[in-house]
Design a protein around this ligand. Structure first.
Ligand SMILES: NC(=O)c1ccc[n+]([C@@H]2O[C@H](COP(=O)([O-])OP(=O)(O)OC[C@H]3O[C@@H](n4cnc5c(N)ncnc54)[C@H](OP(=O)(O)O)[C@@H]3O)[C@@H](O)[C@H]2O)c1
Length: 195
């Protein structure tokens, strides 16, 4: 299987996930290789932030899993149309505007949301297959932690894909959503306790 991943909002955390997935070591077998997108389309709001993504990717070596990156701005709808998996990386206060902008075309896609505070119920208005992720800044270096909760419609075939992609930020922990507030406090503030 080859598929496209769209990153809606590729700022600090979007770029951390982009780098981690792009740089992931070559998959050991075909089944694992299929979890990686052949293409990532990053979507930003304006030209300077799209250029930042282009510069980031140009500074990287070739992706061990052969992933190509297309950096865009103002093309959320076409990117989501092309994608099978969508990673939401905007600030929480922009999530509604951005999701409304792709309403209809995002339906049926697997949505991985980084937006703090956005519940699975809220996200499920746009597509029923939703993963809510809370991660932290050490993710940039592969030493982060990510707590993941899934909507009931995420299949047992889809979960290993999310696990493979999200594990690239560091430690992956699956928890029921009722634990997400505690996990957010712990994961979000964890780096400050260490420093
Ligand atoms: N930063 C952290 O330490 C951290 C930790 C844990 C969780 N999170 C979560 O991660 C998410 C992202 O945070 P962040 O710090 O990475 O934010 P950020 O650096 O501001 O990145 C958000 C990106 O969204 C883009 N954007 C804004 N409007 C858009 C639109 N209409 N269409 C497409 N892209 C748009 C922005 O592009 P422009 O610059 O072009 O406007 C920006 O690049 C948040 O929901 C937050 O809760 C962050």
């Amino acid at each position: 299987m080859t598929y496209t991943l769209a990153i809606l909002g590729c700022g600090v955390m979007g770029q951390a996930l982009l780098s981690a997935i792009y740089n992931a070591p070559k998959a050991a077998d075909e089944a694992t290789a299929a979890f990686y997108p052949s293409k990532i389309i990053t979507c930003n709001h304006d030209e300077p932030s799209a250029q930042q993504v282009t510069d980031l990717v140009e500074a990287l070596d070739e992706s061990p899993n052969g992933i190509k990156v297309e950096s865009t701005y103002g093309h959320n709808v076409s990117a989501v149309k092309e994608a099978a998996v969508v990673l939401l990386g905007t600030k929480p206060f922009l999530a509604e505007e951005v999701l409304k902008g792709v309403e209809g075309v995002i339906e049926g896609k697997l949505l991985i949301s980084l937006a703090a505070g956005w519940t699975i119920d809220q996200l499920s208005q746009y597509t029923s297959t939703v993963c809510r992720v809370m991660t932290n800044t050490p993710a940039k270096y592969g030493y982060g932690c990510a707590v993941v909760s899934y909507s009931a419609d995420v299949s047992k075939e889809q979960k290993p894909l999310v696990k493979e992609l999200i594990s690239q930020v560091g430690k992956y922990v699956e928890l029921p959503e009722k634990n997400m507030d505690a996990a957010t406090a712990l994961v979000g503030s964890g780096p400050a306790f260490v420093c």
